[in-house]
Design a binder for this molecule. Structure first.
Ligand code: EPU
Length: 416
């Protein structure tokens, strides 16, 4: 198992280029199921989750080829409508094949995801929506078995906004009979990117990016030719890398307007950020100031940046309250950052972080994707050597992380 070794204490300097967004690329790849043909998707990040989705589509009979950040999917033949447990247990986003497969084939069998490191994460709202659209759903032997000769437009209101739930139902609705209304829908930029991809295929969708989305079903769609949006979470992670090391970094090929909540909070903490059209310059201050954050659905502070922000607050001046309101167990990084000298107390969904002057390098273990990013950030700031075990978590979501950080002058290397 690979490890990352970081010799901390170097201020990052230089330029870094952001890759395509994992959480936009995954649903867009799943959208290729909707219609036969050859699909071209550009600006694909080269990541483990992307290859898992590619292998799942190949398992279903599709052609899959990934090269130079471009994926080609051939969906003329679907030979299996099943997403087996082995795929879903490796990557929960496998559930994104449910909506499009049911819409095209009239049937889909997808393994139920279990709980995961960050919370229980049920998919009851995906199921509720499909049932409202006329699907018959049986849950047996750990699988969701959905059938519908033809899905019908419906009015669906989510109890809580769900990103992949909104994506699954939006895809299913593109080929349904009549109009589907999604209320209290997720507004995340990745939902908007999927809507744009679907519209480029000929789907009729209005309101993506707001909490009410209307989809008017069409009888057929065209294959995809689509470029994935930049990754706002990778962008945010590099913003914190610059700030936590007192560095000076230009982050290129990103979408600053999608990171407003983070930019505002980082400025409040004393970080100097200049926003350009598609790049950002981030300069870390001598000492970061402690501030409070609470995660919320977009456009609020993203839960996917909570762990990284905690690393920043662990060396800030003062005390910070970090409240996680999306997932119930997303504090797995706390015990690890503490091993590096951070003072953090967790009570329920709130962590109180009392900033220390310095973190100290230590052997630590990655527990999930964003938690492992926070350990890399802590390691970059710490005095001495940090060794991060189980970096396969980070490889799920950050393209060439050590190469990009080396390019900014950090002393990081992979131990194979
Ligand atoms: N929820 C339900 N029932 C459902 C669906 C969701 O109760 O049917 C709850 C969840 O348990 C959670 C909340 O609703 O408490 C929001 O979850 P959501 O469904 O929005 O999360 P997701 O779609 O499973 C996506 C991202 C996550 C990101 C969350 C929140 C993808 C592939 N994953 O997950 O990304 O944290 O939205 O923004 O888009 C990551 O990249 O590290 C990651 C975990």
């Amino acid at each position: 198992m690979d490890k990352l070794e970081i010799e901390g204490g170097t201020g990052l300097r230089g330029k870094v280029t952001i890759s395509g967004a994992k959480n936009a690329a995954l649903p867009v790849m799943a959208a290729s199921i909707l219609t036969p043909g050859e699909h071209y998707i550009y600006n694909i990040p080269i990541l483990r989750d992307i290859t898992t989705m590619g292998k799942l589509l190949a398992h279903m009979g599709m052609g899959y080829h990934l090269e130079n950040e471009e994926v080609i999917l051939q969906s003329n033949k679907i030979t299996s409508t099943e997403a087996p447990y082995d795929f879903v247990k490796t990557m929960r986003a496998s559930v994104l094949v449910l909506g499009p497969m049911l819409a095209r084939m009239g049937e889909a069998k997808v393994s139920l995801p279990g709980g995961c490191a960050i919370g229980a994460r049920p998919i009851n709202l995906h199921i509720m929506g499909l049932e409202k659209m006329g699907a018959q759903i049986n849950l047996t032997e750990g699988y969701i078995h959905a059938r519908a000769r033809k899905l019908k437009g419906a009015s669906i209101c989510f109890d809580i906004p769900t990103v992949t739930g909104t994506e699954n139902l939006m895809m299913a609705a593109t080929l349904a009979e009549g109009e589907t209304l999604l209320e209290n829908a997720a507004c995340e930029p990745e939902v908007v990117d999927l809507a744009n991809a679907l519209k480029s295929m000929g789907a009729k969708i209005e309101g993506a990016g707001t909490n009410t989305i209307t989809i008017t079903g069409v009888t057929s769609l065209n294959p995809l030719k689509y470029t994935i949006v930049a990754d706002r979470i990778e962008t945010g992670t590099f913003m914190i890398a610059a700030a936590i090391t007192g560095g000076d970094v230009v982050i290129n090929r990103c979408r600053p307007e999608q990171s407003d909540a983070l930019i505002n909070k980082m400025r409040e903490a004393g970080v100097d950020i200049t926003v350009h059209k598609d790049s950002l310059t981030v300069r870390g201050p001598e000492r970061i100031q402690s501030i409070d954050i609470k995660t919320a659905p977009y456009p609020g502070f993203p839960t996917d940046m909570q762990a990284q922000f905690m690393a920043l607050m662990s060396i800030a001046d003062g005390s910070s309250l970090i409240t996680e309101s999306i997932f119930e167990n997303r504090f797995m990084h706390v015990a690890e950052i503490r091993r590096m000298g951070a003072t953090i107390r967790v009570e329920g969904s709130t962590a109180t972080v009392r900033g220390v002057k310095n973190l100290v390098g230590a052997p630590v273990m990655a527990t999930d994707l964003r938690a492992s990013a926070s350990l890399v950030l802590a390691g970059l700031a710490a005095k001495g050597k940090t060794i991060i075990d189980r970096v396969y978590h980070i490889d799920r979501g950050y393209e060439k992380i050590e190469e990009k950080l080396q390019g900014l002058g950090s002393r990081i290397r992979r131990i194979r």
